[in-house]
Design a protein around this ligand. Structure first.
Ligand SMILES: NC(=O)c1ccc[n+]([C@@H]2O[C@H](COP(=O)([O-])OP(=O)(O)OC[C@H]3O[C@@H](n4cnc5c(N)ncnc54)[C@H](OP(=O)(O)O)[C@@H]3O)[C@@H](O)[C@H]2O)c1
Length: 346
């Protein structure tokens, strides 16, 4: 629970940090404000990070609206991921030198200049990792990694289908699928996204409408897809289900169209499809720490090598948070909106 700093109040001389904060849930542009908060102090086993960048993800907007899978403990600082450098270490912490670039793997509250997290939840970044790309490491790359394994191992050359092909998560799926030797078809809602997906390594991309169905079917005829990744819902998800082979799996991880799944009974009874959900937060809460570190170490190395990139539409200073969330909520952005967390000392 955060208390804001009032510099005019007696004892209000403590060092502040700038942060975006919400006191209620609702439309992000109305609920968010930038304020001064006391500089948090690391306790035993904890590290303070000086954050440099944090993206605005659809989940952040849903969290502020109160429609996400986890409700805010108000007032609270949103921001599910970010990157920065180690600033201070609490008692009992060793090996984290000030200035070490790092990503917090389990903490939220990243739309602030500083963040406290457990030292065991920090990932040191490899040399050459772009800080903006690093700030987007925690959510989408790990989700793409999990999605491609959500229905079990796939043989080399297997077809994977996905909608919302222009999204950052879908871009991560394309890049990781390429590295795994899988073939990938993207469905996109704007024709200009087709070229983008192909340039990134998708084997095929089509606009997400009924005309896509025979084209994908022709392409995957000899080896029908057993895995389709759904971040849209409604008719788009139904198209994916119709394109899966018998016994295939639809993995739903997002609902950008805010439309429920429509599942004809025959797809479950006669085609034997399996419908699953995937939530990266559940993996982070339940997987052993060694597994989490191993996955992120691999993803950070790929990011540093330039093999895993997410497009960036714009970078805004923290004080422009309302413009940033308005941009992030808009259509056809063509990349992530990222906050640059400038510090008074910079
Ligand atoms: N379950 C998990 O653990 C998990 C983890 C990460 C992400 N996600 C979810 O994955 C989805 C994508 O996240 P992201 O960060 O990759 O998103 P993003 O980069 O911000 O992109 C948003 C995507 O959604 C599309 N879109 C927006 N409104 C739509 C609509 N009404 N109908 C169809 N498509 C629409 C956009 O298409 P245009 O480019 O045409 O605008 C774009 O492809 C979100 O739903 C997010 O919550 C889930």
């Amino acid at each position: 629970m955060w208390e804001t700093v009032d510099p005019a109040a007696p004892g209000g001389t403590m060092v502040p940090m700038r942060a975006a904060i919400i006191h209620r849930t609702g439309p992000p542009v109305e609920c968010l404000e930038v304020t001064d908060l006391p500089l948090p102090q690391p306790g035993p086993g904890e590290v303070r990070l000086r954050l440099t960048h944090a993206p605005v993800n659809p989940a952040d907007l849903n969290f502020i609206e109160g429609s996400y899978g986890r409700k805010p403990d108000l007032p609270c600082v949103p921001g599910m991921e970010g990157a920065g450098v180690v600033d201070a270490a609490g008692p009992g912490v060793s090996g984290w030198d000030p200035g070490t670039p790092a990503v917090p793997l389990r903490a939220g509250e990243c739309w602030a200049e500083y963040l406290i997290c457990r030292a065991s939840d920090l990932l040191a970044l490899p040399a050459g990792c772009d800080p903006v790309q690093a700030s987007m490491l925690r959510v989408n790359p790990a989700t793409a990694h999990g999605l491609l394994r959500a229905a079990g191992p796939l043989p080399p050359g297997a077809w994977v289908l996905q909608n919302a092909g222009s999204s950052a998560c879908a871009h991560c799926v394309i890049q990781l699928a390429n590295l795994m030797g899988l073939r990938i078809v993207c469905l996109v809602r704007r024709t200009e996204s087709i070229e983008e997906c192909l340039a990134l390594g998708a084997d095929a991309a089509f606009t997400d409408d009924t005309e896509a169905v025979p084209k994908v079917r022709e392409l995957t005829d000899e080896s029908p897809s057993m895995l389709a990744l759904n971040a849209v819902g409604g008719d788009s998800a139904l198209r994916l289900m119709n394109l899966l082979g018998p016994g295939g799996s639809l993995v739903t991880y997002g609902a950008m169209a805010r439309k429920p799944l429509k599942v004809p009974n025959g797809l479950l009874i006669f085609k034997g499809l399996t419908l699953r959900g995937y939530w990266m937060s559940r993996w982070l809460e339940t997987a052993p720490l060694e597994e989490i570190h191993a996955v992120y170490t691999e993803l950070a190395a790929l990011t540093a090598a330039g093999l895993l990139r997410q497009p960036v539409a714009a970078v805004y200073p923290l004080q422009d948070i309302k413009t940033a969330v308005t941009h992030a909520a808009g259509n056809a952005r063509g990349g992530k909106v990222v906050l640059a967390l400038k510090h008074a000392a910079d």
